[in-house]
Design a protein around this ligand. Structure first.
Ligand code: GLA
Length: 371
């Protein structure tokens, strides 16, 4: 706290929120569809207190960088934009947010598809809820966090990541209908556990084709005469669409069906794994958001004994892969695959394999950043 102590008045609060991986249901949330994320053990921590000098201050201990902003002024750049975005959203909802000092530390790496921005938004809003005594439930926290991202970071994201960060835990899959926000916490398939490996290829949603995919889905729905692609359940209905839109829509329709199949009772890990493989193929071939590094990692994971299935997780264009494997085998398999994929650059942190800093950085710890 020494870096920021001059900004802090008495009586601060400290909270955190997790990153997530998504098991199935990718690029379905902004189509009102179904998703199945789970929280990961990596978390973003936020300390908040009233500001001693009447201005907003935010300090990132990962970056060792500070930013200042005014509640009604210009938004700062970088990670601080998400923090300021949360303040702006609260003001949009009539909350009078006094000047604050916030300190942020994150284990969730930037650009890995592990929802670093949602973890930051949810942690900031949790901190402000506690500090200011706001009457917000966990769903509202997720909704406000999503609004911060859409209105102030310019990403037309769905609500999956924020709901996962706000409501999921590391032991249960969060089955969520993103249209109604009905949800259930479900156990993982029996006798299975997860492997998470970051490809080391960073992407940010703001610069990826994420918003382009969003627009393609809206256009497909418009041409089909339905409110959202969620409203289509039979791929035969897509026949009249132009080729590219047909592929995008086919991914969404089949992916929604995969989530529903995955939450059917008594589905075993092998069947769940096959759904993951099919999801990856659909993301690669129809939605075209995979990249060779992710395909390679998934192939390597699938080649291992005890792996039921593997897929990219998150938006794609880089980031992480997940695999489902027999209980007790994850560490062993992940270690072997990391060695084959890139011996020197992956290290294990709380069950997630992350890119290690290169020796020239002079560091011996991962350097998590924010989107
Ligand atoms: C990002 C977005 C989510 C979701 C996924 C893709 O993580 O923030 O809302 O659309 O991509 O499934």
């Amino acid at each position: 706290m020494s870096e920021t102590s001059s900004f802090f008045a008495e009586g601060g609060v400290q909270v955190s929120a997790p990153g997530r991986v998504n098991l199935l249901g990718e690029h379905t949330d902004y189509n009102d569809g179904y998703v199945l994320p789970i929280a990961i053990p990596l978390r973003t921590h936020v300390q908040a207190a009233h500001s001693a000098d009447g201005r907003f201050h935010v300090y990132s201990s990962n970056l060792d960088e500070s930013a200042d902003f005014e509640a009604d002024g210009e938004l700062p750049e970088g990670y601080a934009r998400y923090v300021a975005g949360c303040v702006h959203v609260l003001r949009d909802h009539g909350v009078d947010v006094p000047p604050l000092a916030l300190k942020v530390h994150s284990d969730v790496p930037m650009g890995s598809g592990l929802s670093s921005s949602a973890a930051l938004e949810v942690a900031v809003l949790r901190a402000l809820r506690r500090l200011l005594g706001l009457d917000l439930d966990d769903v509202q926290i997720a909704q406000y966090a999503q609004q911060a991202e859409i209105r102030y970071a310019g990403v037309q994201c769905g609500i999956m990541d924020q709901m996962a960060s706000s409501l999921a835990d590391v032991d249960h899959m969060l089955f969520l209908d993103t249209r109604t926000l009905e949800r259930r916490l479900l156990p993982m398939p029996a006798n299975s556990e997860l492997i998470v490996i970051d490809s080391g290829v960073a992407r940010t949603l703001a610069t990826s084709k994420y918003n382009e995919r969003f627009a393609e889905c809206r256009e497909a729905a418009r041409l089909l005469g339905v409110p959202m692609l969620r409203d289509v359940t039979d791929v035969r209905a897509l026949a009249g669409l132009p080729t590219t839109l047909q592929k995008r829509a086919r991914h969404v329709v089949t992916e929604n069906a995969r989530v529903l199949a995955a939450v059917a009772e008594n589905l075993d890990a092998a069947a769940f794994g096959r759904l993951m493989d099919a999801s990856h193929a659909s993301l690669r071939d129809d939605y075209e958001v995979s990249i060779p590094a992710l395909d390679t990692l998934c192939d390597m994971l699938r080649a291992e004994d005890g792996v039921y299935g593997a897929r990219l997780t998150g938006a794609g264009f880089g980031g992480a892969c997940i695999a489902l494997c027999t209980t007790g085998r994850a560490a062993d398999i992940a270690g072997r695959v990391a060695t084959r994929y890139n011996r020197d650059r992956l290290l294990q942190l709380a069950g997630v394999l992350l890119p290690a800093p290169s020796p020239e950085d002079g560091a011996n710890q991962p350097q998590p950043l924010f989107d």
